[in-house]
Design a protein around this ligand. Structure first.
Ligand code: NCD
Ligand code: ZN
Ligand code: ZN
Length: 367
């Protein structure tokens, strides 16, 4: 071979070399709002979350709800039993606030390691029939929480049938949240799964006692997703997806660098046959690919550099817990999400079931 031919071959080989796959390494994240359910379902969903997150705030809306420290401890043990060997995952437990949760239970809860109490307005969402009918009935318990340092987590929607479903979060701010924060200025509150520009703005303008979680699906979709090509039950959750202007405001909040916005998937599994139903259940299952879905949303906003603070720092800082030490790596490598998972006797269809995802978590994580 002549010298010139060798040169040309080398050049061809160099230009044909695969371009490196973009990757992103970050501190292992936490999920500050997660439903894992109970029983056999735990064995499907707990391993999905444990593969990604170091810790998760476990929602207490079981049937019956988790209302005592002893129930929270027993539930934590059932979750721990479903963590695959060799994986590290810490469930952070919560109690379900009712009109009758005794203030004395708050001290017992703190001693048992419970970190927060969840407020569901009665009838607002899945398994919320035991929820609070009037905030004033809970004031003694909220005083105990403020004293003991337990956080209050809010499903922030009013439930009155006269209020349009799409306005329920904004009305909640005016009629419930503002008076509540005035009466408990030093109670740490998380406005969960915010879905509107009103909520994002309210949290941004508030003080260090108020934070908010944002789901991946509210960052990726607007309400059109519910109706594209027909009714799409797997995009139905509460609070329901809103207009595009709200989605844009949520992406702005999540990627703004403001430390009071953080990751909470609200991954909420339901049997597929109960979602594909005349009165389908509310809740999107994103737990199988949560961090990948957030990476996609941050990538689309050109803000991958903000993902680590949102996913791995801000929540821990707000809860007053140490940041994680391990790291995870994501690659921009497309893969197809499974169609479904076994879910006890039933089937669980994740969001984007059978569709392509742009980012992929490397299965190993390291110190
Ligand atoms: C949640 C569930 O299924 O438990 N559903 C939902 O649509 N988000 C409850 C909740 O977080 O409101
Ligand atoms: Zn909720
Ligand atoms: Zn939830």
């Amino acid at each position: 071979m002549s010298k010139a031919t060798i040169q040309a071959t080398i050049q061809r080989m160099t230009s044909a070399a695969p371009t490196p796959i973009p990757s992103l390494t970050l501190t292992r994240p936490d999920d500050w709002h997660l439903h894992v359910r109970d029983g056999d379902a735990l064995h499907t969903v707990v391993p999905h979350s444990a593969a990604q997150f170091a810790r998760a705030i476990i929602m207490p809306n079981l049937r019956p709800p988790v209302t005592t420290a002893a129930q929270a401890v027993a539930y934590r043990e059932r979750i721990q039993a479903a963590i695959p060997a060799g994986m590290k995952f810490e469930p952070l437990m919560t109690l379900y606030l009712t009109d009758k949760l005794p203030p004395e239970e708050i001290r017992r809860a703190r001693e048992a390691g419970v970190v927060a109490v969840k407020l569901y307005p009665a009838g607002a969402t899945t398994h919320s029939d035991a929820g609070v009918t009037d905030l004033r009935k809970t004031y003694k318990t909220l005083e105990a929480m403020q004293r003991e340092g337990l956080l209050l987590l809010l499903h922030g929607e009013v439930t009155s049938p006269e209020i349009d479903l799409f306005d329920r979060e904004a009305v909640f701010i005016e009629t419930q949240l503002i008076p509540l924060r005035r009466d408990f200025p030093e109670l740490k509150i998380v406005f969960e799964h915010i879905t509107t520009k009103e909520a994002a703005q309210y949290v941004r303008e508030a003080d260090r006692f108020l934070g908010a979680t944002l789901t991946a699906h509210h960052l990726l979709y607007n309400r059109n997703a519910l109706f594209t090509g027909g009714l799409r039950p797997h995009y139905y959750c509460l609070p329901v997806l809103k207009r595009e202007a709200h989605r844009v405001a949520l992406v702005e909040a999540a990627t703004s660098g403001n430390a009071r916005f953080f990751l909470g998937t609200d991954s909420a599994p339901h049997p597929a046959h109960l979602k594909e139903h005349a009165t389908g259940c509310a809740g999107c299952y994103t737990g199988h690919a949560a961090i990948e879905l957030y990476a996609e949303a941050f990538d689309a906003a050109g803000a991958l550099n903000q993902l680590e603070a949102f996913a791995s720092f801000n929540g821990a800082d707000f809860y007053g817990l140490p940041r994680n030490q391990e790291r995870i790596t994501l690659k921009k490598e497309s893969w197809t999400s499974p169609e479904s998972f076994a879910f006890g006797e039933a089937e669980l269809k994740p969001l984007r079931s059978g569709e392509t995802l742009a980012w992929k978590l490397e299965t190993t994580w390291s110190q």
